[in-house]
Write a protein that binds this ligand. Structure first.
Ligand code: ATP
Length: 237
């Protein structure tokens, strides 16, 4: 894994506030992601992880602070950010059920062949309707589609949700490889262990604020304390 603190961030939140109907549930969050690293955002249900990711992507407008992409402040909408090199794997699998695997890849932002090189498991499934795939296969399709565009920044939300450990390992490996090829990856996860196994750094969000940040090594070494202090249910805080 690379230590990249001397490299300029590809993605930065500076005192970012975000929420719904003008009511912030994320307050003054600052974080950054550098090329070649995986940064994981951990936190209990309702901590504001998805809201932060959606606001970084441009899918939700910010309610304060700034988002910087490759050093430039931006308030562009999601599709502009995607054209500028941002990739997103949203929480709800973004495959189109009635289309074949091939057509789902065709409408993606990158070449179909590159997606298939990244996930050869999809080759025998090309003619199948995406709605008939297993959850793991659908997540591979979403991930392949996003990675085929070789994004310089990739945002992934709860990639592991409801999936078997073997598939999760496969997906995490694909993110690690993308980072090793130079992408900055921001991964939102509820399950700390598997995400920390491939991450370089971590932030913990609780009630809309960053309550801990450090290296993934540090987080792994203190996981029990961190889980006890920060990753319990919001209601129990
Ligand atoms: N579309 C929405 N409209 C209004 N409030 C919302 C909406 N989506 C989320 N919220 C609220 O915003 C807060 C933060 O939610 P968010 O989904 O960002 O948390 P999270 O950390 O991603 O949790 P989870 O792991 O459950 O997805 C919560 O209080 C949630 O109820």
């Amino acid at each position: 894994m690379t230590t990249t603190t001397e490299v300029a961030p590809v993605l930065e939140a500076r005192s970012l506030s975000a929420g719904y109907r003008r009511v912030p549930c994320v307050r003054e969050v600052s974080l950054d992601v550098r090329p070649g690293e995986i940064v994981v955002v951990l936190g209990p249900n309702g901590a504001g992880k998805t809201t932060t990711l959606l606001t970084l992507s441009g899918a939700l407008p910010s309610l304060g602070g700034e988002v910087h992409l490759r050093g430039e402040p931006t308030d562009a909408a999601l599709h502009h950010r995607v054209r500028g090199g941002l990739g997103i794997i949203p929480e709800e699998r973004s495959v189109i059920s009635r289309l074949s695997v091939r057509d789902n890849l065709r409408i993606g932002p990158g070449p179909v062949e590159r997606a298939l090189d990244l996930f050869p498991e999809l080759r025998p499934l090309l003619r199948r309707r995406a709605g008939l795939l297993s959850g793991g296969e659908q997540q591979m399709l979403s991930t392949a589609r996003a990675l085929a565009a070789e994004p310089s920044v990739l945002l992934a939300d709860e990639l592991s949700l409801g999936l078997a450990p073997k598939i999760v390992t496969r997906l995490m490996q694909a993110l690690r490889s993308a980072a090793d090829r130079g992408a900055g990856v921001l991964l939102v996860e509820q399950h700390a262990r598997q995400a920390l196994a491939i991450a370089d750094r971590a932030y913990i969000l609780r009630r809309g604020s960053v309550v801990w940040s450090g290296s993934a090594d540090e987080a792994r070494a203190n996981l029990q304390e961190i889980e006890g202090a920060y990753l319990g249910h919001e209601a129990a805080a």
